[in-house]
Write a protein that binds this ligand. Structure first.
Ligand code: SF4
Length: 481
């Protein structure tokens, strides 16, 4: 039997209508959640004013939970689990996404992965990047996963649907490991951890261009299925791309997780693929590197060389961090691209000249940056610090706490005051760190210190830290796969 992908029209965030559509989809696919059932939305970042289209909407979650609850004969526990991105406490992201009232209404608990423990899961595929990964106990202990991502463009992976939503099943420190030019393989590796029992994608208002700060694009669709490769392949065709050109879809298909060819997939529902493609015709994706985005269009000049291995651009790492970081800052200072003080950002094995003005800062971003030459008459030598991924031990990965990052970045800038050239190490250098370097060195808005953010952010950060402290007194998890 061909895996089925259902395309349903939905032009409203009315939870009752969403519940009706998803319920019909579950019936058609024969979905019966059982045991410990976890819903995994995408709340990589959430805020009603600054990031309103980056996350699975609360109304969608509301409708989904209603549809699940009406089929809960075999569910022993229902919870919503997630780790949001860029070191923000997931509690904060859930609150900003307006999830708590929805969860209360359905009697469902939140599982904030960043507040729980991690469990080791062995990876068996011979081409996996490593032998094991660490994942939150809430993921390991789940019997039935419902994947509920947002339909978005993505500057690192071109698109983000159900497969890419698995990046949120790891905590910050683990998530950053292999989040580089091998990001697509990492996404494929994570599929080994758990298979979804049901996929429902919020494509009612899709996200264009970026994943943290997308502009809204009304696609008026709910997309459902059981097989993640089939679902993502159809979604990729909807935005006019070939799924064989999206590496994480291609790799998971090659590893046998599902079909990538349309003639091996059955598409049903009240919207044809052709009609869905017409709806998405004008949807903007980001398919270009940072040189094209910034150079001569902003006060940032980028110099990008190749990352290690045989790649010519690090799609999963530092260049994408820079783009997302500036997009985040732009939410708080609309003219940031032009108003930022001139900065020169160098990544990878760049081999050309770098010619900043006398007082313009040059940042060598990432461990794989290397360069030798003269800047304003001074000989500069930037050594290659990149460490082979096999030498990175997940147990030694350090926490990505945002306050620690702030102090580290501030200390680094103070230690380098008066110097024109700064080396920023990391693989990758995270979006949060690039935001901080850009805002402090470029004298533009710092989102973490914005008056509309700071109070609530600090409140949820403290609660999250207390919860992390209390987990030490809980018994060790007993699950294991
Ligand atoms: S340092 Fe940055 S650019 Fe280099 S491989 Fe790592 S993530 Fe990619």
């Amino acid at each position: 039997m061909k895996p089925k992908v259902i395309l349903r029209h939905c032009d409203t965030y009315d939870p009752d209508i969403i519940a009706q559509i998803i319920g019909e989809g579950m019936e058609e696919l024969g979905v019966r959640p059982r045991g410990r059932t976890m819903v995994k939305p995408n709340t990589v970042i959430a805020h009603q004013q600054f990031f309103p289209h980056a996350f699975t909407r609360s109304e969608f979650l509301d409708g989904l939970l209603a549809a699940i609850s009406s089929r809960n004969e075999d569910i022993s526990e229902l919870y919503v689990g997630e780790r949001c991105g860029i070191t923000i406490p997931t509690r904060y992201a859930f609150a900003m996404a307006k999830y708590p009232s929805v969860l209360r209404r359905h009697g469902v608990r939140a599982d904030y992965f960043d507040e729980g423990r991690e469990v080791r899961v062995e990876l068996k595929h011979p081409d996996a990047l490593r032998d094991f990964v660490l994942i939150p106990e809430g993921v390991d202990g789940c019997d039935f996963l419902i994947n509920a991502p947002k339909f978005k463009a993505h500057p690192w992976t071109k698109v983000t649907f159900s497969l890419k939503n698995y990046i949120g099943i790891q905590n910050d420190a683990q998530r950053m490991i292999d989040h580089d030019h091998k990001l697509h393989t990492k996404i494929a590796d994570l599929q080994e951890v758990i298979s979804p029992g049901f996929i429902a994608i919020d494509a009612i208002i899709a996200g264009e261009t970026t994943m943290l700060t997308p502009t809204p694009f009304p696609l008026n669709l709910i997309i459902m299925g059981l097989n993640p490769v089939a679902v993502d392949s159809v979604c990729t065709h909807i935005v006019g791309l070939n799924p064989k050109d999206i590496d994480h879809i291609k790799i998971t298909a090659e590893r046998g997780y599902g079909p990538i060819d349309l003639d091996e997939i059955e598409i049903t529902g009240d919207v044809t693929l052709d009609a869905a493609q017409k709806r998405a015709q004008e949807m903007r994706l980001t398919l270009v590197g940072v040189e094209e985005i910034f150079n001569e269009k902003s006060n940032i000049t980028t110099y990008v060389g190749a990352p290690p291995d045989t790649y010519d651009y690090c799609w999963g790492g530092c260049p994408g961090s820079l783009f997302e970081a500036m997009q985040v800052i732009k939410q708080y200072q609309a003219g940031a691209y032009d108003e930022i003080k001139p900065l020169h950002m160098v990544m990878g094995a760049y081999e050309g000249d770098i010619q900043p003005g006398p007082k313009e800062r040059v940042l060598f971003i990432g461990d794989c940056a290397k360069w030798d030459g003269k800047i304003n008459g001074e000989q500069i030598s930037i050594p290659f610090l990149y460490e082979d991924r096999q030498l990175k031990n997940p147990y030694e990965a350090t926490s990505g706490d945002v306050v620690v990052k702030m102090l580290q970045v501030m200390g680094h800038i103070i230690r380098n005051r008066g110097k024109q050239v700064i080396r920023v190490s990391g693989c990758p250098v995270s979006v949060a760190e690039v935001v901080l370097y850009c805002s402090w060195l470029g004298k533009v808005a710092n989102p973490y210190l914005h008056p509309k953010i700071t109070f609530a952010f600090t409140y949820y950060w403290v609660i999250s830290k207390l919860a992390q402290l209390l987990r030490r007194f809980r018994p060790q998890p007993t699950f294991s796969r």
